[in-house]
Design a protein around this ligand. Structure first.
Ligand code: SF4
Length: 360
């Protein structure tokens, strides 16, 4: 059990870093509109806009007033799945979804809209809506619903089936009912949460909705383009091109793999993004890094600069995912097998191969 509430930043709750306030925005299933992208990129004027490993946008180096203004501006954008709604409410935890399939959009929206503005939902909670392809199922989210399939809790399948949104919300309510101070389903045990799933979801309006019939999985057959911003860093130029492509009819989804998926993109989209993001096979595809110096005061070195130089020398980028960090805290270490390349006070990096996630 945790002895303190989580400190995950959001649109209104910022993390004070060495380079100023850090605000985080959680897109609903990765959905980001052109106007939102332009506002985020314009606000990130001290560095690139960032994608996180939970498919969130992150803006660094903000002043308190600048962060408030950004949130206010975003709340005026509107749309089906806004980062902030017109009441200024963001989604308190990450709701990720299979990025290639429109079939998951409605469920992701229903889940996110029911959670907006809630203060009893830990920011560490991860909700996933899978289209049946298994892509986000593999994230071992706290709550995963698979279209036409079963509810998964902390990566374990259960015997609960039903309407994906209603089922996810029932599971979230069940977790909140038994969690005490826990942030994650695994901390209280998936079985305890499963037993508390009643099959009914109590909406904020006190209206009860039954869990209904299974939905059929519908996989998206449309062509998609997936591109990789290096280390999740989206430059203002890249954001501008992406926003233009959305204006021209593409649907944009950011993913928990720090990539950007464009559905129904114009034929020349790849060419327009070349040089701004990785558009083909790339050594960057298996690499991640913490922010490092100078933006983190604890860092022993400029991690991202060191990594860039190592790639240029052909010394980084391979089949095994590698995560470069500036100190022993190893922030952002991804789940699964990974080589953690850690900067040390002596200026030398040491590498530790890990079999799975380390809780920090
Ligand atoms: S791993 Fe260390 S250097 Fe990197 S962000 Fe975390 S605290 Fe900072």
């Amino acid at each position: 059990m945790r002895a303190r509430p989580d400190a995950c930043p959001g649109a209104w709750r910022r993390h004070e870093a060495a380079d100023g306030a850090l605000a985080r925005f959680r897109p609903v299933g990765g959905a980001t509109g052109a106007a939102e992208l332009r506002l985020l990129a314009a606000a990130a004027d001290t560095g690139p806009l960032e994608l996180t490993s939970r498919g969130s946008w992150q803006v660094r180096g903000l002043s308190g007033q600048g962060a408030d203004d950004l949130a206010d501006d975003l709340s005026r954008v509107g749309g089906d799945a806004p980062l902030l709604d017109d009441l200024g409410r963001d989604v308190p935890c990450s709701v990720v979804a299979s990025p290639r399939s429109p079939a998951v959009d409605a469920a992701a929206r229903a889940i996110a809209d029911a959670l907006r503005g809630r203060t009893d939902v830990p920011g560490r909670l991860l909700i996933a809506v899978d289209d049946g392809s298994g892509d986000v199922l593999g994230l071992d989210a706290d709550v995963t619903v698979v279209l036409g399939g079963v509810l998964h809790l902390a990566g374990e399948p259960t015997d609960r089936t039903g309407d994906p949104a209603a089922l996810a919300l029932a599971a979230i309510e069940a977790f909140l009912a038994v969690r005490c101070d826990a942030w994650r389903v695994a901390e209280v045990g998936a079985d305890r949460v499963r037993e508390a799933v009643t099959g009914w979801y109590r909406s904020p309006g006190e209206r009860y909705q039954p869990v209904t019939a299974d939905a059929d999985p519908v996989l998206d057959a449309d062509p998609v383009l997936e591109v990789l911003p290096r280390l999740g860093e989206v430059s203002r130029d890249a954001a501008g091109v992406l926003a233009d492509l959305v204006d021209e009819g593409a649907t944009l989804r950011v993913t928990p793999w720090r990539t950007v998926v464009l559905r129904d993109a114009p034929a020349d989209a790849r060419a327009r993004l070349d040089g701004l993001v990785e558009t083909g096979p790339s050594p960057w595809s298996t690499l991640s890094a913490c922010v490092g110096a100078p933006r983190c005061a604890k860092a022993h070195t400029d991690v991202r600069g060191d990594l860039t130089r190592a790639i240029a020398r052909g010394q980084a980028g391979g089949l095994l995912p590698a995560h470069w960090v500036g100190c022993e805290r190893a922030c952002g270490t991804p789940a699964g097998p990974v080589a953690v390349v850690e900067g040390t006070p002596s200026g030398v990096y040491r590498t530790v191969v890990r079999a799975g996630r380390v809780s920090r």
